[in-house]
Design a protein around this ligand. Sequence first.
Ligand code: SF4
Ligand code: SF4
Length: 352
Amino acid sequence: MSKKNLFLSINEWCNLDCTYCNVVKTPKKLSFKDCQRAIIYFINFFKGSDGYNIYFMWWEPMLSYPDIQKCILFLEKLSLKLGKPISTFMPTNGTLLTEQSLSFFREHNHQISLSIDSLDGDYDYRNLRDRDDSSSVPVLLDKLDLFQEYSDILRIKIVVMPDMVDTILSTFQELRKLWFQFINVQPAHGVLWTEQQQKVYIDTLLRIKFISEWIKNLKSTTFKWTQRAENDGPQSIGCAKGRSEIFIDSYGQVYVCDAFLAYPPEKRKKYAHDNLYNPNFNRDRFEEYRDWKYCNNTILGNDRDITHCETCDETKSCSTLCNALPVNDTEYDRDVLMSNFHLYRKLDKVWI
Ligand code: SF4
Ligand code: SF4
């Protein structure tokens, strides 16, 4: 039986203000006690599982570093008590990582996905919220030596904006040359990708893929995925919603997956099937939202359906698309959603 995943929003705030961010920021956060409650709920929900993955994710988890430390120590004890492996993960924008926190994370085998979209100090799609909107890249550049020391626990994520598509290869090369072995590349969601930009994105991934020297040592799910696809076709993974994952937000609401996080909390909660502080499992909601898909968007309404694939095989792209959907109605833009859909469908077929 595969491990089950908890996506836990330990807080809903961020010190950056990225152009492509699709989450609504609020000051709400979970205390360590709340996190313990969430973890116990999750373990009970998937009682029979052989093991568990806890992701402290979305927004900026490092803003809750002291509570993450406590959670990791708690989870180590829980793992021993249950006799089951529990792994922990965290994406971060990296600006708050320090020698002390990285050392703690290494000691406790906590895996980190570090966002570095660009090494250009003027890059302005990821700006600091409280520093006159200046680029966050110089903050990361100052920490490059530190990151290099901890490259064993850092996985790099490059998010590509459509108008930056010509820079993917050079950013990738620079990061490879520096030290990193594990690099993922992904397109920004919720922004318009023209046909031409989609073409350049795919062509660039193919170029990277065919530079065999890189591929040999490359530990990247982006490229493992395409390598596998070349031999076996797209990997059908099925939808994990409620079957092998749940999402718990900072308000203690429990959802089938994290596709609902882009709603502001007051709208989001109507899709929750339970609440940590007043547990009352709502099976109807659980079943309804477990079956919800980006391509068949019953939440946005019948007039907002998105094209279906001829043969539905629920690839990795499908869940990525779902998580990327800017579900806030006011931001809905059919052209944007369709362009994201077409790009991901092409990514599924990149081996052709
Ligand atoms: S770092 Fe992540 S959560 Fe923060 S603004 Fe950027 S995309 Fe959003
Ligand atoms: S996008 Fe296509 S493959 Fe994915 S769930 Fe929808 S119909 Fe199936």
